[in-house]
Ligand binder design. Structure first.
Ligand code: F6P
Length: 326
């Protein structure tokens, strides 16, 4: 690993459960390998403003079970400008940081990619987002926990929906990706999932719900991915209410509670493996790659692929949901 003595870590963009486990894994594997580690606070903003602290093994003690990120996170406008990135580079030089591990989603890895190419700086990314929307990895850190949170919430809503014989539209996160909505729907036995990748007409949806009620279903639950394409749960519910006034419709927006909480075992293990793999990647002179996991094996995905390509929705999941919701 040519000339790397000190590795900097930062978390950026929306937080995700398991980010702390990843910070711990990078820190401990790097120290195990004989490197110095520095924690950069508030994402790229910390690089611009120089909020940086040296991390020893004890700085990451007792955090594997914690949600959020001890390094804090931010979306930094300044880093999007050449002047901001110049300041970031100067900070890295001043701090003696020779390589970076960036934990975040699409936007964060886009920033990493631009910076790495402008300054020829070694960066390895870890996919940290509840949305699971990065190409080249089966799972992102935080997705499993968010899915389990959704499952718990929807199960509770099902109780009241059944008692009142109501139709619920529940909005889940996912920005432009339907993974949380689709798999959340399968896990909770929901009647349908409205996702940006697939267009669903209100009529189609109403027919499905109507059939369900006819077959003496006591309630119906539709998971809606938050996205300008779906219009969100409120808009959809309004349309269904207007066109089918016979339904007693309610809306729940799960919102940011999906981003919090103690990570599941799956996310802790994923984050630990990926964090260790990030240090391995730097040891192998890899740069500008995101660590991914495919078929339970660690893979290196070039930033250009991870960011640019849309991760496709598995059609088999859609069919399963349709078949099981009759
Ligand atoms: O990227 C994760 C995500 O949770 C998206 O699903 C959502 O659209 C977005 O973050 C909301 O983020 P914030 O409220 O922090 O801007």
């Amino acid at each position: 690993m040519a000339g790397i003595n000190c590795i900097g870590i930062l978390t950026s963009g929306g937080d995700a459960p398991g980010m702390n486990a990843a910070i711990r894994a990078v820190t401990r594997s790097a120290i195990f390998g004989g490197f110095k580690v520095k924690g950069i606070y508030r994402g790229y903003r910390g690089l611009v403003t120089g909020e940086i602290v040296e991390f020893k093994t004890q700085n990451v003690s007792n955090i594997i079970q914690m949600g959020g990120t001890i390094l804090k996170t931010a979306r930094c406008k300044e880093f999007q400008t050449p002047e901001g990135r110049q300041l970031a580079y100067e900070t890295l030089k001043k701090e003696g940081i020779d390589a970076l591990v960036v934990i975040g989603g699409d936007g964060s890895l886009t920033g990493a990619r631009i910076f790495a190419s402008e300054y020829n700086f070694p960066i390895v990314g870890l996919p940290g987002t509840i949305d699971n929307d990065l190409f080249g990895t089966d799972k992102t850190i935080g997705y499993d926990t968010a899915l389990n949170t959704i499952m718990e919430c929807v199960d509770k809503i099902r109780d009241t929906a059944t008692s009142h014989e109501r139709l619920f539209f529940i909005e889940v996160m996912g920005r432009d990706a339907g993974f949380l909505a689709l798999n959340g729907a399968i896990a909770t036995g929901a009647e349908a999932a409205i996702i940006p990748e697939i267009s669903t007409e209100v009529d189609q949806l109403a027919e499905l719900i109507q059939n369900g009620f006819r077959k003496s279903k006591n309630s119906s639950i539709v998971l809606v991915a938050e996205s300008p394409v779906t219009g969100g749960a409120m808009t959809l519910a309004e349309r269904v209410k207007n066109e089918y006034p016979q339904y007693d419709v309610r809306v729940t927006i799960l919102g940011h509670l999906q981003r919090g909480g103690s990570p599941t075992a799956t996310d802790r293990i994923l984050a630990s493996r990926m964090g260790a793999a990030a240090v391995d990647a730097l040891l192998e002179d890899q740069r500008n790659v995101m660590i991914g996991i495919r078929n339970d094996e660690i893979v290196y995905v070039p930033f250009s692929k991870a960011i640019k390509n849309d991760k496709p929705i598995n059609r088999e999941l859609l069919n399963t949901l349709r078949r099981l919701s009759i």
